[in-house]
Design a protein around this ligand. Structure first.
Ligand code: ADP
Length: 413
């Protein structure tokens, strides 16, 4: 046995005692700790005897593996413990051995301690990385479960609401038909209120149905040759009629010919939503412009307003379901009222429809500012189709996955 290993063997009881004392600072000794410290010094002797640090490295692996991360707590490092064991060793060796021997021993052991320390920190980093990865995976799975139950809830709630709502609408209509012409005026007002409220509720339930169809990739598009200019003009005229006293200028700058195969009803829904939002979020005195652009293989339609704009951090959030942006106390059901809120389903549905067509929908805005009104431009791009797509529309822009393909387009006017 090399002299150093022999020294360590002889001094083993003192080494263990000194190390345990240093680790516990004189407090009651935990038997497990003493066993572990003894094991450490046995491995150190084995390592010195064989000249191989593997003995200590194996022990470090056991240490790291034996301390799994407890929920919500950071993994603790064993590095300070290793340092304490090293200092205890130096102390025992320098008091028990002649100065020369102690120095030689310390120099040799330093190599073992340094190597072990390095190995330990790499093991710990690896363990931490694995824990972070598994926490991320768990988080991801939780988010997916949550999204799924949100989507299931919307589907079930919409289905369940639909039937009684249809009955209420039917009874309200019957009631309206049955009232005599000379009924008291306030009854007419009540009936009109009932009809309006049920209609609004019907629209909400329809939105919920649409969102659940889009969520489940079940949006059924009925393609036909569609005159987009005509469709836009209809939505535009309807918006003009519903300005309800708002002082806004609406301009229409759409190309004479703008045709493609598309689902006209669904696209009308998109245009209605974009126009109604532009009206809602533009203060009186502002302007809204609908434009079109012919691009190679695509048509682009933009709805620009001089409204309050959208903060950069919200420019993607507004396309998520039920994500409120701004002050929820503004939640009124007005479709044109300035800053009138809603359920936050309009844009997610609109994007779902655009993407269902193989197109895209996004917004550009310098930011949110109710005083300066920087405005927003909503872009919708649709593929030009000479005929309906063969089967389910491929997501055209998946071709450019990972590429900010919108930047390929020429800049909007
Ligand atoms: P909602 O029915 O609640 O208006 P949308 O999905 O249509 O739902 O819009 C979501 C949110 O996006 C709005 O509440 C608003 O904060 C913001 N937004 C939409 N269009 C505009 C716009 N033209 N200008 C400013 N903000 C807008």
């Amino acid at each position: 046995m090399p002299p150093l290993a022999q020294h360590l063997q002889d001094l083993r009881p003192q080494l263990v005692q000194q190390a345990v004392y240093a680790l516990t600072r004189g407090e009651a000794v935990r038997p497990m700790l003493e066993v572990e410290v003894l094991r450490f010094f046995e491995r150190l002797i084995d390592a010195v005897e064989s000249g191989s640090p593997d003995w200590l490295q194996g022990l470090m692996r056991d240490w790291v593996a034996a301390r799994p991360l407890s929920e919500g707590r950071e993994r603790q490092t064993f590095i300070p413990i290793l340092h304490t064991l090293r200092s205890a060793t130096w102390e025992v060796l320098s008091t028990a051995l002649p100065a020369d021997d102690a120095l030689r021993a310390i120099l040799t052991l330093e190599g073992f301690f340094a190597g072990t320390s390095l190995h330990l920190s790499s093991l710990e980093s690896e363990a931490r990385l694995m824990e972070t990865e598994s926490k991320l995976n768990q988080g991801q799975a939780r988010v997916e479960r949550l999204e799924k139950s949100k989507s299931d809830f919307i589907a079930v709630a919409a289905h369940e609401l639909r039937t009684p709502l249809t009955l209420i609408q039917g009874y309200a209509a019957l009631l309206g038909d049955d009232v005599p012409a000379d009924v008291a005026p306030h009854v007419q007002v009540l009936l009109a209120g009932l009809a309006n409220a049920t209609q609004r509720l019907h629209e909400i339930v329809e939105d919920m149905m649409d969102v659940s169809l889009i969520d489940n990739d079940m949006l059924d598009l009925h393609y036909e040759l569609t005159d987009l200019r005509w469709l836009l003009m209809q939505a535009f005229t309807e918006a003009q009629q519903h300005l309800e006293g708002r002082q806004l200028t609406l301009n229409f700058e759409v190309a004479e010919t703008l045709e493609t195969h598309a689902d006209a009803t669904r696209l009308y829904q998109v245009f209605q939503n974009l126009l109604s939002n532009a009206i809602k979020f533009t203060p009186d005195g502002g302007a809204i412009v609908v434009r079109s652009r012919d691009l190679p293989g695509f048509v682009e339609i933009t709805v620009a307003d001089t409204g309050i704009g959208i903060a950069p951090e919200n420019q993607e959030r507004i396309f998520q379901r039920f994500v409120p942006v701004g002050d929820v106390t503004h939640h009124s059901t007005g479709k044109t009222k300035f800053k009138g809120g809603g359920m936050g389903l309009g844009l997610p549905i609109a994007r779902g429809i655009a993407e269902g067509h193989g197109g895209a929908l996004w917004v550009e805005s310098p930011g949110y500012d109710e005083a300066a009104c920087p405005g927003s431009i909503f872009h919708i791009v649709l593929p030009k189709r000479a005929q309906p797509p063969p089967d389910k529309t491929p997501k055209l822009f998946e071709l450019f996955a990972g590429d900010d393909w919108a930047t390929r387009l020429p800049k909007a006017r």
